[in-house]
Write a protein that binds this ligand. Structure first.
Ligand code: ATP
Ligand code: MG
Length: 311
C-alpha cells in the first residue's frame, strides 16, 4: 500500500476571475472550484488518477470536516484523516487570473495538534505499515508539530523498513535528509536550502545527497530533472508543452513517480511516468488535474540520458 501524509492540509477555494485582479473594485468570478491543498493529497490524487491504490492520511479539523471530506470524495481520494476536536482545517482562497496572468493566495493559520492525536498517528503506522509499503510525507508542518515530532514519525517508519519519501522544505527537509529517508525531490530553491551547510555547487550537493538518500530527484521545472539512484545519474529532459500553470507540477511528479516506482522499482519507467504526468498537468489551470491518456502519449517525448555518478 502507498500512504500519503498531509500534516497541515487546507481547503482551497479556487476563484477563477473573469478579468485581471484590481484593487478597490469588484472582481467578478467566472467560476469557483474546490481542492484540498497541502501536497500529500495532491500526490494521492495523481496516484488515484493512475489507478494505483493509496490512502491519504493526516490531520483535519472537526469543525469543517464534512466539507473537507466532500472535496476528497469528489476527487476519488481514499482517506483516513485523524479528527482534531474544536479545530478547523485552514481554508485558503486562491485567486486565479485569466490567461496565465498570475495567482494570488490568501491563507489562514492552521490548527494546533494535541499530543494525543500526534500519538494516534504514530500508533496507526506502528500497527499498519509493513516493509512492502511506501509512505510519502509531503507539505508543511502544523505550527505545533515540531521537528522532533517529524523525527519521531520518520524514525518510527524507519523501524518498519518501509520506503519513506519526503516532499518537504526548509528545516524539515534538512532533518529528513539527516535521518536518511529513501526519496526526496527538492526543486531548485529547496536544493539551495540543502546547500547552505555544504561547500560547493548544486552538482556537488546532489552527489553528497546521493550518498545519504537512496533516490534523489532534483527537479528543474520545464528543464526536467536530474536523478541519482544506485550509483547512476539520470538526466531527464521534460517534454515541450504549453505551460498554463506550473503550481503543483512537483506534487504531480512525486505522486506519479511513486505510483510507477512502487510497482517494480524500475527507475527509468518511474522517471518517465512522473515527467509525463507533470508535463500534462502544467497545461491546465487546475493545480492538480492532469490527463493520464495525454501523459501516456507524452512518455515517448521524455528524454533520458544515463551516466555513472562520479563522486
Ligand atoms: P510545486 O512545488 O509547485 O508542486 P516544484 O517546484 O516542486 O513544483 P518543478 O521543479 O517546478 O517542481 O516541477 C516538477 C517537474 O514537473 C519537473 O521536473 C518537470 O518534469 C515537470 N515540469 C514542470 N514545469 C514543466 C513545464 N513547463 N513543462 C514540462 N514539464 C514541466
Ligand atoms: Mg515542490
Amino acid at each position: 500500500m502507498i500512504y500519503t501524509i498531509t500534516l497541515n492540509p487546507a481547503i482551497d477555494r479556487l476563484v477563477f476571475l473573469e478579468k485581471h485582479l484590481s484593487k478597490r473594485k469588484t472582481n467578478r468570478a467566472a467560476k469557483v472550484a474546490y481542492d484540498i491543498g497541502g501536497k500529500g493529497t495532491h500526490g494521492s490524487y495523481a496516484m488515484s488518477r493512475l489507478g494505483v491504490p493509496n490512502l491519504a492520511l493526516g490531520f483535519a479539523g472537526e469543525k469543517n470536516l464534512e466539507k473537507f471530506e466532500q472535496v476528497l470524495e469528489q476527487k476519488n481520494i481514499s482517506h483516513l484523516f485523524l479528527k482534531i476536536p474544536n479545530e478547523q482545517t485552514r481554508e485558503s482562497i486562491v485567486i486565479i487570473e485569466p490567461n496565465n496572468q498570475g495567482t494570488t493566495m490568501l491563507t489562514e493559520p492552521g490548527f494546533l495538534v494535541p499530543e494525543s492525536i500526534k500519538n494516534e498517528l504514530l500508533a496507526y503506522f506502528e500497527e499498519q505499515v509493513t516493509a512492502e509499503d511506501v509512505v510519502l510525507i509531503a507539505g508543511s508542518l502544523p505550527e505545533n508539530f515540531n521537528l522532533s515530532d517529524l523525527e519521531k514519525l520518520i524514525i518510527g517508519l524507519k523501524g518498519k523498513n518501509c520506503f519513506i519519501a519526503c516532499d518537504l522544505s526548509g528545516e524539515a527537509l534538512v532533518r529528513a535528509v539527516d535521518l536518511g529517508v529513501d526519496f526526496i525531490k527538492p526543486n531548485e530553491f529547496e536544493l539551495t536550502e540543502l546547500l547552505l551547510s555544504e561547500e560547493g555547487s548544486a552538482d556537488y550537493a546532489l552527489n553528497q545527497l546521493a550518498q545519504k538518500i537512496t533516490c534523489v530527484v532534483a527537479s528543474r521545472g520545464e528543464l526536467g530533472s536530474i536523478c541519482c539512484y544506485e550509483g547512476k545519474r539520470y538526466q531527464v529532459k521534460a517534454p515541450k508543452v504549453n505551460e498554463v500553470n506550473d503550481t503543483g507540477a512537483g506534487d504531480c511528479f512525486v505522486g506519479a513517480f511513486l505510483a510507477a516506482f512502487s510497482k517494480d522499482w524500475d527507475i527509468e519507467a518511474a522517471l518517465k511516468t512522473g515527467s509525463a504526468c507533470a508535463a500534462s498537468k502544467v497545461q491546465y489551470e487546475d493545480s492538480s488535474y492532469f490527463d493520464p491518456v495525454e501523459a501516456e502519449q507524452l512518455m515517448s517525448q521524455v528524454e533520458l540520458t544515463v551516466c555513472q555518478n562520479t563522486i
